[in-house]
Design a protein. Structure first.
Lengths: 403, 130
């Protein structure tokens, strides 16, 4: 039995795994203690649960539990990492490098640092969505102190060359931050091997609850940060505030399940994604956005030419997906990520991000393929652009009455 | 985004979709918008000997509101003279479809499409008369 709308937006958020929910509930009722209470058993048992979760989060990325700092989510982790490192090391320099395709949590943080007098270089990516390492090397300066590059892009799912970037940064003593919100449970992360200094995590992209995340802060060689939240000195002074025990327990279980199951799960999800991709790319004039090989198995981002994204979303309301077009918000700007990949406005407007996950079934994928075939057909019947292309008109030669 | 029932109705069951034959007489075609902006409307009117629009067809690339605006306009222009058709204002279209502020441009585009179709028809008539 299919349940509508079919959820294919796992990159936006994931449902909480029922096993995670079960583990969380007792910490909302009987185990309500404050993990910072040192004087009684309520505090001790909460602290024990928090430290167990810390070990589980660290284990997924092969880090030491002492290197994990709890935050409210990846956005806060990005803020703490980039602002905290840039401010701490500002006597060495005030130049930061990041990518144009980063998440807004990184881009807007960098904008704020520009207001504080820092200089930021926003690097272009190649057409496949990946950073060109030569372009990266060329952008480095003597006063560069922080580099921030995401591991997995949220829109097109491509995996950046984190290992290579880490080597280059370490050689020059530059702090390297990686936003891994979309990577946990999808890509093997080994922080003993990767020369990454700071890494942001989110629970709710990996079947955990919303409102909890973590920042990895390397101890060897030691990375220093200026705290952005003060009051109480929790988390070694890096992030004050009473710990949300139930959320932390949830994140710990979610990351443990990811570690235990990701190898088999990603094979299954990869097969489903390929089934979806093959089923959709046999529609005429469709384009996959971003490199297909260097990509997480969960993501498929496709542009359907001559069909507008928002009307397509409307037509396929039986499936919950994201559009690369921001038409539904007040702005009419197409996705800045797809623009950075060199897609023209029209193809950027016509893109759909399908992201599949733990609870996606073959039946759901097949339904989606059939639905897309029918609706694309219908919308193209309605499309004057499609009509012109069928008549052999090159749309690039048309003088449009832009408005 | 929440669409009004009327937008949904026109979107689900668009009226008068299509195009007139290339050699049909009395046809005026207006094409407005640009793919880069996310919407393109093509409106065609077929005018009879008495100067009355007896049929209309459209094709639209755009969001649901753009499709609904052009579908509605094909219904409204039928039976009107050219001058009457030119009196259709975007505000009336926006009101009929209960368009939210961010979608007002769709109704403006539909009004522009009528003007462009009428202008195209009149241009053809002039060249024929010469």
């Amino acid at each position: 039995m299919l349940k509508f709308p079919i959820y294919l937006d796992y990159s936006a958020t994931t449902p909480i795994d029922p096993r995670v929910v079960d583990a969380m509930i007792p910490y909302l009722s009987e185990h309500f203690g404050n993990p910072a209470s040192r004087s009684h058993a309520y505090g001790w048992e909460a602290e024990k649960a928090v430290e167990l979760a810390r070990a589980d989060v660290a284990a997924l990325v092969n880090a030491d539990p002492k290197e994990i700092v709890w935050t409210s989510g990846a956005t806060e982790s990005d803020n703490l990492a980039i602002k905290g490192a840039a401010q701490f090391y500002q006597s060495k320099g005030k130049h930061i490098i990041t990518l144009k395709t980063e998440h807004k949590a990184v881009l807007d943080t960098c904008r704020e640092l520009e207001r504080q007098g820092f200089e930021v270089t926003y690097l272009d990516v190649q057409e496949d969505g990946l950073l060109n390492l030569d372009a990266f090397r060329a952008a480095l300066r003597d006063d560069t102190t922080v580099v921030s590059v995401m591991m997995v892009n949220n829109e097109v799912g491509v995996i950046q060359p984190i290992e290579e970037i880490g080597e280059i940064c370490r050689e020059r003593g530059i702090i390297f931050h990686v936003d891994a919100a979309q990577a946990t449970g999808k890509v093997d992360i080994d922080l003993q091997k990767l020369k990454v200094d700071l890494m942001s995590f989110s629970a709710h992209k990996t079947y955990g609850p919303k409102g909890i995340g973590a920042l990895y802060v390397r101890r060897k060689p030691r990375v220093r940060l200026i705290a952005q939240m003060h009051g109480g000195g929790h988390e070694r002074g890096m992030r004050s505030g009473t710990l949300a025990t139930h959320q932390i327990v949830g994140m710990g279980v979610a990351f443990r399940l990811a570690r235990e199951e990701m190898a088999t799960e990603n094979v299954r999800i990869g097969l489903l994604r390929d089934r979806l991709m093959n089923g959709l790319t046999d529609i005429e004039a469709t384009y996959v956005n971003g490199d297909i090989a260097k990509r997480v198995p969960h993501n498929l981002n496709i542009s359907f030419a001559y069909v507008e994204g928002e009307s397509l979303i409307m037509a396929i309301k039986d499936v919950a997906v994201s559009s690369g077009s921001a038409c539904t918000s007040a702005s009419l700007e197409p996705s800045y990520v797809l623009r950075a990949l060199g897609r023209n406005d029209e193809l950027a407007h016509s893109s759909i991000r399908f992201s599949i996950g733990r609870f996606t079934t073959e039946e759901e994928v097949d339904y989606t393929i059939d639905l897309l075939h029918r609706k694309i057909n219908k919308l193209r019947e309605l499309s004057p652009l499609w009509e012109m292309v069928q008549e052999g008109v090159d749309l690039n030669t048309v003088q449009w009455a832009a408005h | 985004m929440a669409y009004s029932d009327k937008v949904l109705d026109h979107y689900e069951n668009p009226r008068n979709v299509g195009a007139f034959g290339k050699d049909e007489s009395g046809v005026g075609t207006g094409m407005v918008g640009a793919p880069a902006c996310g919407d393109v409307m093509k409106l065609q009117i077929k005018v009879n000997g008495q100067g009355v629009i007896e049929d209309a067809k459209f094709k639209t690339y755009g969001c649901g509101s753009a499709i609904a605006s052009s579908s509605l306009v094909t219904e409204w222009v039928k039976g009107k003279s050219l001058d009457e058709a030119l009196e259709i204002k975007n505000t009336a279209i926006a009101e009929e479809l209960a368009l939210p502020p961010v979608k007002i441009h769709c109704s403006i585009l539909a009004e522009d499409a009528i003007k462009a179709a009428v202008a195209d028809y009149r241009k053809h008539q002039e060249t024929k008369g010469e």
